[in-house]
Design a protein around this ligand. Structure first.
Ligand SMILES: Cc1cc2nc3c(=O)[nH]c(=O)nc-3n(C[C@H](O)[C@H](O)[C@H](O)COP(=O)(O)O)c2cc1C
Length: 160
């Protein structure tokens, strides 16, 4: 069973999470991070964690609050994939940074992180979500490239 757990302030990350859920059907549950506890992170074999970036490079507010729950969860043996929403044009120095912060929060756990994504097709300067020249998960941009969201999600999910 896959848990899609998202934090969203204006609804963009939630909308992306719903597209992912529609593609996974009954094999997935979608949960707003505002309502999770550590046990929810432990209930699934696979987690797909989504966040937007706020401030300059900050986690979405609900994730900020629930990060300790993620960090205290036993994630051993789980697969974790990430997706992040941001605005590469306005925030080219912190594009989807929050996705990188989520990754950092679990990088030392016993989970296996999957779903790296190429940086081709984006125009930004730096991002905490880029490691070894790839995004650590799927980067989306509803502010500038909303027409690509659906196809990016489909292609990314094929590789998971
Ligand atoms: C005040 C403000 C600060 C933002 N800061 C960043 C940022 O540092 N990096 C980034 O990539 N996007 C940034 N964004 C863009 C949002 O992450 C983007 O609009 C996203 O789609 C919002 O998703 P949500 O509705 O799920 O919260 C910011 C947007 C606003 C309005």
């Amino acid at each position: 069973m896959t848990g899609i757990i998202y934090g969203s302030s204006m609804g963009n990350t939630e909308a992306a999470a719903r597209i992912i859920k529609d593609k996974l059907g009954d094999g997935a549950e979608i949960i707003d991070v505002a309502s999770v506890s550590a046990k929810d992170f432990e209930r699934f074999d696979m987690l797909i964690l989504g966040t937007s970036t706020w401030g300059v490079g900050d986690l979405q507010d609900d994730w900020e609050e629930k990060l300790p729950e993620l960090q205290k969860a036993d994630l051993s043996g789980k697969k974790i994939a990430f997706f992040g929403l941001g605005d590469q044009q306005m925030y080219g120095d912190s594009y989807v940074d929050a996705m990188g912060l989520l990754y950092e929060a679990v990088a030392d756990s016993a989970a296996v992180c999957i779903g790296a994504w190429p940086t081709e097709g984006y125009d930004f300067t730096v991002s905490k979500a880029v490691i070894n020249d790839k995004f650590i998960g799927l980067a989306l941009d509803e502010d500038n490239q909303s027409d690509l969201t659906e196809s990016r999600i489909s292609e990314w999910m094929e590789g998971l």
